[in-house]
Write a protein that binds this ligand. Sequence first.
Ligand SMILES: Cc1cc2nc3c(=O)[nH]c(=O)nc-3n(C[C@H](O)[C@H](O)[C@H](O)COP(=O)(O)OP(=O)(O)OC[C@H]3O[C@@H](n4cnc5c(N)ncnc54)[C@H](O)[C@@H]3O)c2cc1C
Length: 455
Amino acid sequence: MRVAVVGAGVAGLVCALRLQEAGRVCDVYERWPGLGGQAATLEVGQGHRLERYYHHWFTSDRHIVELCEELGVAGAIGWHPSSMAFFVDGRSRAFTTPLDLLRFSPLKLRERLRMGLAVVRLQRSGRPVSDFEGETARTWIEREMGPAAYAKVWGPLLRGKFGSRADDISMAWLHGKLTQRRRLEGKEARKELLGYPEDSFEPLFTALEDRIVAGGGRVLIDRPVTALTQEEDGWTVRSGVEGSFRAGLDPAAFTPRSEGERYDTVVATVPNDIFLGLAGHALDADYRARLGAVEYHTALCLLLELDRSLSPFYWTNVADPALGFVGLVEHTNLVDPARYDGRRFLYVANYVEPGHPLLDLDADALLAAYAPGIAQVNPDFEQSWVRQRWRFVEPAGQPVVTVGYHRTIPPLATGVPGLFLANTTQIYPEDRGTNYAVRLGQDAARAVLGAEVPA
Ligand SMILES: Cc1cc2nc3c(=O)[nH]c(=O)nc-3n(C[C@H](O)[C@H](O)[C@H](O)COP(=O)(O)OP(=O)(O)OC[C@H]3O[C@@H](n4cnc5c(N)ncnc54)[C@H](O)[C@@H]3O)c2cc1C
């Protein structure tokens, strides 16, 4: 059986690997001239690579760590103590340990205790996520932690990720965040460890590609799929000419090659709108409606190389909308700058709604727009500290998980013979991430194998 996998992100590469191990021949088509999708890397100079968007793993991320072990790249994972801060009321406040929470003066002591206890109670309760699907995170937080906790902490955090949809976000989403990532008691209570692979995520992607190629498959980068056509006995996959990625994301915008290729099965790992563009004609109305029901917020990320450190924290959540961005992620406060010959890297993170004016700015204009906000975090900051800068935009950066979201999740099997979808909208109730993309890729391979008609 020949399978075409659309997308060489984590889910696509893992799906192809597992199908190949089961004796199927896989070709992976990728629009971008590189591997890794949302976790893809770039060369930042002197042979060093970094992810376009900040990335780390939690100690609970077992699927991706097991995959690294299997591929022989786990030895390179460093586990580093995290340091977090909250920028609120004009300054950054440490927010790493339970003690930091007790010292968090924007809330009254009584409110801080109530907030911490609510998290511990939730973690201990062992209640299933289905108990939390009917209400918003806001309702739950205001009831269990009090209105001040929402106003000062959780509201700004949710607005950072989901903008105007913050008040509609399902408690099921927050339940996942609060219960899976880290416990406020036990071993990791005092010090959270975050994982990062020594030489970036690239060796993991290369190891996946090598296995796929060694098994007789192909990984075709800079080869976007432009159309999926259902045939009597399978699918024809048409792809675009080299350099098509410059035309954007819409499959209709790419110049197709003259010939298509035949496959028995197609697994697409692309966002919903792209999947609709490729195969919408073949899907039934219910499946199309599910795809259309999911909203995404765009990840807008400015990566800066600085000539010095900006702050003492790895991760600063910005709870003040006046700063114009939602987070600062100082990668070289997690990973030793010596690893990069002493160079310092900072991501300025944002999630915005489609069409937001910040999306029209190039890297220099974005830096100019953010500079006053960065200077609020460190008043000494000047643009002359910036040695290099890169801007990245991911329109499908964050599915917006509102109440009732679980009812709209499209199944892996589309209902059309030989056509499967595996993308970030199906990661639920956990927040999407590379760990769950591994699980999704494996689930998709199982779904393909399970649907095969015995010969
Ligand atoms: C800002 C940001 C920060 C993040 N931080 C973390 C983190 O700290 N830790 C973590 O684990 N995860 C993090 N993630 C999430 C993680 O990167 C994703 O969940 C994961 O990489 C998704 O993998 P995927 O394969 O499902 O999808 P994707 O990576 O989106 O892969 C889909 C692929 O399809 C390709 N494609 C699109 N159109 C076509 C076409 N027409 N033909 C062929 N190919 C096409 C795309 O180029 C892409 O490579 C972050 C994501 C973002 C945006």
